[in-house]
Design a protein around this ligand. Sequence first.
Ligand SMILES: Nc1ncnc2c1ncn2[C@@H]1O[C@H](COP(=O)(O)OP(=O)(O)OP(=O)(O)O)[C@@H](O)[C@H]1O
Ligand SMILES: [Mg+2]
Length: 245
Amino acid sequence: MAPLPLIAFDGVSRTFAGRRGGEPVPALRDLSLRVAEGETVAVVGPSGCGKTTLLELICGLQRPDSGALRSAPAALMPQRDLLLPWLPAVDNAALALRVRGVARDAARREVAPWFERFGLSGFETARPHELSGGMRQRVSFLRTLLAGKPVLSLDEPFAALDAITRAEMQAWLARILAEATRTVVLVTHDVEEAVLLGDRVLVMSPRPGRIVADLTVQGDRPRHRNDAAVVELRARALEALGVAA
Ligand SMILES: Nc1ncnc2c1ncn2[C@@H]1O[C@H](COP(=O)(O)OP(=O)(O)OP(=O)(O)O)[C@@H](O)[C@H]1O
Ligand SMILES: [Mg+2]
């Protein structure tokens, strides 16, 4: 018998109440989804199609209006980094441990070896404003990873970075994902990023979002943008998005 998927959505809809008596806003409609343990699923779709809403449902921060959903415990890396400006990087990374009741020194000891692996050595005591955008994203990712949940929900983790830093961060995340046996839902508006990092690429329709294509990516990571499989799948994803490829 196939193992149970870690995430299962069946006909999930989510509508937000309209502001000041305005029309209700349907964000997701009749969305069904399965994610198996260890899979990295990339989700692309136009702005406002409900991608963040999807992640918040997975993490239990919202509830569906109709349909059924089940997910293993999930940690969210939010679209905007929520590093606390007054805390050194090491304590920002350790926040999820502190919230779980781990004492400060013990939390710092647990975080320290990760700073080396994440290219953050020497910046343990730096405040967020002293870090580059890519470094802040790595601290934020580390915080999400150390929450110790089986599912990682990443909301456009590299959207605010310039193209070169983003390419570096994509290569870095591909390496981390190859080692860490987590289940990942990665939201991005960048189709190429989705194809470089995902085992599958889910394409969402404009709001109210539902999944219009579920594409399986061939080839081991790290992948390169010029790989034939990447080029082909990018074209198929763009076609599904309704953009001329
Ligand atoms: N708390 C809320 N209250 C009211 N409307 C909301 C709320 N959260 C989201 N929405 C609406 O639901 C729709 C989907 O929003 P969501 O943030 O999930 O989209 P998204 O795909 O993540 O967009 P983006 O790519 O711009 O981040 C939007 O129309 C948004 O205005
Ligand atoms: Mg969003």
